[in-house]
Design a protein around this ligand. Structure first.
Ligand code: SF4
Ligand code: F3S
Ligand code: FES
Length: 248
């Protein structure tokens, strides 16, 4: 069964833009990305949209649908009523390049700033057998497709552009937590997370977890445990004594 849906799509570039209204045919089983492609094919040949896999795995088609960060290829048209006006806009937290395409290089910069895994220098291949529980702990975080929907929704950067310098965002704080949980990582991730990557800015609103298409429990399994380890460390009497002596 086909019907005509009402779409309102943001068109413009870094300098200027506005919402345009379209009426587009929808067929059974389609997702929002299908409709955007039909719009390109029939009415707006120059509409810019980034996509690749159409299977929820490449993380490129991130945008906002009715104000909520979502993957265009994983949002079924059956989520909406036939009468509903569907508004599609670019990710709000990142600069627009054109139409639905944003410049997400903020995320690549943050990724580069996170120091790599640091095992003991004298560890030879095969010296250490990782416990299954340690493997499983980080496997959840490895499901990340780098869609940056969590980065877009987090109010710390969404509503305060000037926090971008000091805050790495949930995706990269999760990466730091993952490295900190690794039994062989020797780096001091705790003070780094707090002082250089802005863990303290996160006030556990959990919006990142709500929008994650991979259903990673970013807040409960990465950010809160990392915050707890930072606090444990701060109030550990031995660490306190060590810091005191070091400061002399
Ligand atoms: Fe996307 Fe989830 Fe990865 Fe964030 S953690 S970038 S929402 S897949
Ligand atoms: Fe932001 Fe997620 Fe924390 S949305 S405030 S990083 S819980
Ligand atoms: Fe790859 Fe949507 S096109 S996640």
């Amino acid at each position: 069964m086909s019907y005509d849906a009402r779409f309102r799509v943001w068109r413009g570039d870094a300098d200027d833009g506005e919402l345009h209204d379209y009426t587009v045919e929808v067929n059974e089983g389609e997702v929002v990305l299908d409709i955007i492609h039909r719009l390109q094919a029939t009415q707006a040949g120059d509409l810019a949209v980034r996509w690749n896999c159409k299977a929820g795995k490449c993380g490129s088609c991130s945008a906002e649908i009715n104000g909520r960060p979502r993957l265009l290829c994983m949002t079924r048209m059956s989520t909406f009523t036939e009468e509903e006006l569907i508004t599609v806009t670019p990710l709000r937290a990142f600069p627009v390049i054109r139409d639905l395409v944003t410049d997400v290089s903020f995320n690549y910069d943050k990724a580069r700033q996170v120091p790599a895994f640091q095992p003991p220098a004298d560890l030879e291949p095969g010296d250490y057998r990782m416990a299954q529980v340690d493997v499983e702990r980080s496997q959840e975080f490895r499901k990340c497709i780098e869609c940056f929907l969590c980065q877009d929704v987090c109010h710390v950067v969404r509503d305060h552009e000037d926090n971008k310098q000091a805050f790495a965002g949930p995706r990269f704080l999760m990466r730091i937590a993952e490295l900190d949980m690794h039994p062989l990582d020797e780096r001091d991730r705790k003070s780094e997370a707090q002082e250089e990557f802005g863990l303290g800015y996160c006030n556990i609103t959990k919006c990142c977890t709500e929008v994650c298409p991979e259903h990673i429990k970013i807040t409960d399994n990465a950010l809160i445990p990392m915050k707890e380890r930072v606090v444990d460390r701060k109030y550990d009497p031995l660490v306190w004594l060590g810091n005191k002596i070091a400061r002399r």
